[in-house]
Design a protein around this ligand. Structure first.
Ligand code: G6P
Ligand code: MN
Length: 446
């Protein structure tokens, strides 16, 4: 089986490759093609993968290329994990927004919109090439903002593109641990959009254990979401929100913390990653050790501002391990390729799952996966407050896609203005001006 990874010089590729190395089952991935625009990044990641494969006799063969069409031809699966304009772009997204006093996070609020506006045109081009060159391939989208980008690609690829994120399963694992339950035994009733979902029930042997957890203040204080949101708010909601909802429910505090920080997440990662890729370019640096150290530092500092704003302290050691992102991708690929049925929380077309959204809206919900792809399972309606937020954010995503497809600056302005975390059309206008000034990729908006 042949897997192509777009964004193949990306920092998380070794996570995927390690999962492939650990997979010895029949029908496993035998060839990996890494595609990236930057040959230096490909070479650096190639060195890390070679170190991982050292001494593993059946290691998947790795090839690298900067030719997109060549990378796509013959692929059975395509992982798309690109970052248009790199971490430089992420930094601009953040700084422009923070200067206006609004959030610049890469997937939430103004920052997510700017990132979406420059990513969707590229994602659409990739989707149409896949439709032409590898029409039978399954596409697994990791590119953020993942829900929005998956929705854009699904216009070309229908159900053959599936979006993934590790945050719902990470939440599920933490909640199971807090309940003293093995994660695989907990069935998660989770629904919403990417980075905008709620865990409403945790079924263990058919019994919902969430009320028990919500009643237990000590247990709630043992994991990330309990610390971020606080007992009283979780009880008032009667659900556990995705950690990214901290940006909504505690927006003022999150923005204040982001403005007070000496550098944004994007700037921190830009410098960290520059160091890593420069170090690994030199043959004297042991590539795999450098990669491990950099990964651990990245994990340790993840969402640090939110934790600081909430007084949540450091991350739990269990949350620093890898296993989320790449395990979901592998489980999904195996379920499709081997028809090994699995239930996974994925970004797929809604059909009639979330009542108030139309059939083509990409939603993040539990899906049954097998050789014919991923099908959302029927779920209960979302509560009113969640319905309202999901509807608003979906309208923003639709406006971003409309802007990207038609080149309409008006649609981009609408996306920014109607976002619940942008509080004035005047602010939205200034944001759009500044983004267009600093991001050449947005010059298509007229
Ligand atoms: C989580 C999110 C991803 C995000 C990743 C890394 O896994 O679900 O969407 O890409 O964290 O975040 P970072 O700030 O380290 O780039
Ligand atoms: Mn994610």
């Amino acid at each position: 089986m042949r897997l192509t990874i777009l964004g193949g010089g990306g920092f998380r590729v070794p996570l995927v490759y390690q999962a492939l190395l650990d997979d010895h089952a029949e029908g496993r991935v035998s060839h990996v093609t890494l595609h990236d625009l930057d040959p230096a990044r490909l070479a650096a990641i190639g060195r890390v993968l070679a170190a991982q494969a050292d001494g593993v006799p059946d290691a998947p063969v790795v090839t690298t290329t900067t030719d997109l069409d060549e990378a796509l031809r013959g692929a059975d699966f395509v992982f798309s994990a690109i970052r248009v304009h790199g971490l430089e772009g992420r930094t601009i997204d953040e700084r422009v927004a923070l200067a206006e006093g609004v959030l610049g996070q890469e997937t939430v609020g103004a920052g997510g919109i700017a990132y979406g506006l420059r990513t969707v045109p590229v994602a659409l081009d990739i989707a149409s090439r896949i439709a032409r060159l590898a029409p039978h391939a399954w596409v697994i989208n990791f590119t953020n903002p993942a829900g929005l980008v998956t929705e854009a690609m699904s216009r070309e690829l229908g159900d053959r593109v599936i979006g993934i994120c590790d945050s719902p399963s990470g939440l599920g694992k933490r909640v199971a641990r807090a309940l003293g339950v093995v994660p695989s035994r907990a069935q998660l009733d989770y629904a919403g959009l990417n980075h905008l979902g709620w865990l409403r029930r945790v079924l263990v042997d058919g019994v919902d254990r969430l009320p028990e957890l919500l009643a237990d203040e000590t247990a709630l204080a043992t994991f990330e979401e309990g610390k971020l949101f606080g007992t009283d708010w979780l009880r008032a909601l009667g659900a556990i929100p995705n950690e990214y909802l901290h940006y909504y429910y505690f927006n003022r505090e999150a923005v204040t913390a982001a403005r007070a920080a000496t550098q944004t997440r994007g700037t921190f990662l830009l410098e960290q990653q520059r160091r890593f890729y420069a170090d690994v370019a030199s043959c004297d640096t042991p590539a795999l050790a450098a990669w491990h150290a950099t990964r651990l530092e990245r994990e340790t500092t993840y969402m640090a501002e939110n934790r600081e704003a909430a007084g949540a302290g450091d991350r739990e050691s269990g949350d620093l391990e890898s296993g989320g992102y790449e395990q979901i991708a592998l489980a999904l690929m195996r379920a499709i390729a081997q028809d090994q049925r699995a239930t996974l929380i994925l970004n797929v077309r809604n059909r009639r799952t979330i009542e108030h959204l139309d059939a083509d809206a990409i939603v993040e919900v539990p899906c049954l996966v097998g050789s014919s792809g991923a099908r959302p399972v029927a779920i209960d309606a979302l509560p009113d407050h969640a319905t309202a937020l999901v509807a608003s954010v979906k309208a923003v995503e639709r406006a971003v896609i409309e802007a990207a497809v038609t080149g309409s600056r008006g649609a981009a302005l609408r996306a920014l203005s109607v976002h619940p975390l942008v509080d004035s059309v005047a602010v939205a206008r200034r944001l759009l001006d500044a983004y267009q000034e600093q991001l050449p990729q947005l010059s298509y908006l007229r």
